[in-house]
Design a protein around this ligand. Structure first.
Ligand code: 5GP
Ligand code: MG
Ligand code: MG
Length: 192
């Protein structure tokens, strides 16, 4: 990389290689998705189910952009396997606080990669008898398109690279970056 790349990178964040989606693009997309959700759920109350921890930023921004009444609950799940890919074997680390029976549930996800985590989660939630069950994911990778999960709302289709920022972590770091981007090889190696 040349000196220009280096100084641009240092201004953004020294560990970020490329910004894939900017803070402004995320904000505009959240507003657009919120308008669609408001229209679709007019006259109803939504139970937003955030999937920890990646979805915290989407939850915080989406929930405040919505006009329809909402309540929130959170789940934490963990897929066995490596930190950068999913195996589809899921364990509940934190369950919902309350029943979702008869509720209009909107699952709020950060990113869908293989779709295996979400597919397991939807099956689990469906068995609890919600009135409706839909999914909003801010990011989707190409592989997810082949998986049979119905995503009602998708923010951005992005390449299959590993990304961080806006809730997404690498070894628990980078979640507070306001944009989404890829890491430099050096940053990946440092925490590998
Ligand atoms: P899936 O089961 O769809 O393969 O993976 C879902 C979960 O893996 C996401 O909710 C997220 O926590 C994590 N994940 C998938 N792709 C990425 C990525 O590019 N960056 C980060 N930080 N996490 C990802
Ligand atoms: Mg997630
Ligand atoms: Mg993670």
């Amino acid at each position: 990389s040349n000196p220009t790349d280096e100084s641009a990178r240092a201004r953004i964040h020294p560990d970020i290689d490329d910004i894939l989606v900017s803070q402004e693009e995320i904000a505009a997309k959240i507003a657009e998705l919120a308008a669609r959700v408001d229209a679709d759920y007019a006259g109803r109350e939504i139970l937003l189910v955030g999937v920890l921890k990646g979805a915290v930023m989407v939850m915080a921004d989406l929930s405040r952009a919505l006009s329809v009444p909402i309540t929130m609950d959170f789940m934490a799940v963990s897929s066995y396997g490596s930190t950068t890919s999913s195996s589809g074997v899921v364990r509940i680390l934190k369950d919902l606080d309350r029943s979702i029976e008869g509720r209009d549930v909107l699952v709020v996800e950060d990113i869908i990669d293989s779709g295996l985590t979400l597919s397991w989660l939807l099956k689990n939630l469906r068995s609890r008898g919600p009135a409706s069950l839909e999914v909003l994911a801010l990011f989707r990778k190409p592989e997810a398109i082949t998986v049979d999960v119905d995503l009602r709302y998708v923010g951005f289709d992005i390449p299959s690279a590993f990304v961080v920022g806006y809730g997404l972590d690498y070894a628990e770091h980078y979640r507070t970056l306001p944009f989404v981007g890829t890491l430099t090889p050096e940053a990946i190696a440092r925490r590998a």
